[in-house]
Design a protein. Structure first.
Length: 305
């Protein structure tokens, strides 16, 4: 049986924190809030490393708050539940992604789109309802409202589940939302980092023909032999890029750096879709004329739930 908030007390926690924008992490002792009536406390077993964590600890996007405990690809085991918790019990395998709160009253929240809520609360580097700063999964345990947790199936190892809570949903959702999940479609994946790896696997599992687009020819073997991509393009090779022009129904660009968009737009069929899921720290140039010629769609994806 769970404990109510009146029966609990703040619990000491340990994590790894950035103290400034140097990017270095050091040991950090702090307290988690009490386990409220609708909260779940869990032991963190695994936490993925997202490029967002690097951007944040280095303050590359601005607005970083220190000390900062990063981490939003979090998997663990429940150790305590609040008195009104209905979905979880002690011992359950659970996961938490990029969000731990929202207003629950705006149009987005009412339509289960809390990730677009203007008052959403991120898993770290944000201010919670009680005024405390949120700390992420580079820590030994967490306490989260049950609405922002998911069950992890018993047959899915926790270390494999953790990256799916950000990298996984970031690639799976745009494939479904932009209807690039149909067998026989040709999907390009730019970049073979964490996002690119899961993007290739999801697109292949959904039946698409997949081409990895990379600046590094050394990643070809990984892309084709290990991840199952159908083909590989070196983006710096003009002959390869020219030969592939107008062949792709959609492209997921995972690169978190300034990257020329015109060559990617050229790879798309008419009415093709270029979806930006990487977040460079500097603005990108967006030439409109290449989009007009083929009526292609340029969009972004922010699926953080």
């Amino acid at each position: 049986m769970g404990k109510s908030a009146e029966e609990t007390h703040p619990v000491k926690a340990f994590g790894w924190a950035a103290r400034d924008q140097s990017g270095l992490l050091s040991p950090f002792s702090f307290s988690r809030r009490e386990t409220g009536d609708e909260d779940v406390r869990f032991k963190v077993m695994f936490c993925g490393i997202c490029h967002t964590d690097l951007h944040r600890i280095r303050n590359e996007w601005g607005g970083s708050k220190y000390p900062m405990v990063p981490g939003h690809e979090i998997a663990g085991v429940v150790t305590e539940v609040g008195s009104k918790v209905q979905k979880y019990k002690i011992g359950d395998k659970v996961g938490v992604g990029c969000l731990v709160g929202a207003c629950h009253s705006c149009d987005n929240c009412v339509n289960n789109l809390e990730n677009y809520c203007p008052k959403k609360i991120l898993t770290y580097n944000a201010t919670y309802h009680d005024g405390t700063i949120t700390y992420g999964g580079y820590s030994d345990h967490m306490v989260v409202n049950e609405h922002y947790m998911i069950h992890i199936p018993d047959n899915l190892p926790l270390d494999a589940a953790a990256p799916l809570l950000c990298a996984g949903i970031t690639m799976y959702s745009p494939l479904r939302y932009f209807e690039l999940d149909k067998p026989g479609l040709h999907v390009g994946v730019v970049g073979l980092g964490g996002l690119g790896h899961v993007g290739v696997k999801f697109a292949k599992a959904l039946g698409a023909k997949v081409t990895v687009i990379s600046t590094s020819p050394n990643k070809k073997k990984e892309a084709i032999d290990h991840l199952g991509a159908d083909s590989f393009l070196v983006s710096r090779d003009p002959d390869q890029m020219q030969a592939a022009m107008g062949t792709m129904d959609g492209i997921l660009n995972t690169v978190s750096a300034v990257f020329p968009l015109v060559p990617l737009i050229g790879l798309l069929k008419s009415h093709g879709k270029l979806i930006m899921v990487g977040a460079p720290e500097k603005p990108l140039e967006l030439p409109i004329f290449p989009l007009l010629l083929g009526e292609e769609l340029l969009s972004s994806a922010y699926f953080v739930r």
